[in-house]
Design a binder for this molecule. Structure first.
Ligand code: FES
Length: 176
């Protein structure tokens, strides 16, 4: 009986199509089930944890993760939780044209670092001053209270990276 129901369910959702090889049918079923699991995880996180949809999507794909060689601005900051965030900035004509982050922290820190890097790209130093932890949280669509410090760590690291750039461009050239 149980098998009959299961088979019926499978047939209803992935009906047999003439000429479609069994292997392709199984692959389509596997893909659909993967999506179902992803949607279920999303629902649980959104309902129980307070993450915004953009945050959840970024969790699955933390863009801008990595390092930049010889960056114009760089900072490494350790938060009160003991996790570390690094931000790398490259400027072109006083405007950020590349940004990257790295972290050894929680999943939220990767999301926050990713948004910090994204929000930095295209900004001038003045505009970058507005990219704070609160702005990052807003862009994420929210985060659970216990994870909000991760956004502040990303914001602080970004501001420190900006400071390192400002020091670099305003320091007198070394005497020859
Ligand atoms: Fe430490 Fe998220 S950055 S818990």
């Amino acid at each position: 009986m149980f098998m009959t129901v299961k088979t019926g369910f499978i047939e209803a959702r992935w009906p047999h199509k003439e000429g479609v090889p069994l292997q392709d049918r199984i692959s389509a079923m596997a893909e659909d089930l993967k999506d179902d699991v992803k949607n279920l995880q999303k629902e649980i996180l959104l309902k129980n944890d307070g993450y915004g949809v953009p945050a959840f999507d970024r969790m699955l794909n933390p863009l801008y993760r990595g390092t930049l060689g010889d960056p114009d601005g760089y900072a490494r900051v350790t938060g009160p939780c003991g996790d570390t965030m690094e931000i790398f900035l490259r400027f072109d004509n006083d405007q950020i044209n590349e940004a990257a982050f790295e972290t050894d922290g929680c999943g939220s820190s990767a999301v926050c670092g990713s948004f910090a890097a994204e929000m930095a790209i295209g900004k001038t130093p003045d505009e970058l001053l507005d990219v704070t932890g609160d702005r990052i949280l807003k862009k994420m669509g929210g985060a659970p209270e216990k994870e909000q410090h991760c956004a502040h760590l990303a914001g602080e690291t970004l501001q420190e990276a900006l400071s390192s750039y400002m020091v670099k461009i305003t320091s007198p050239l070394p005497k020859k």
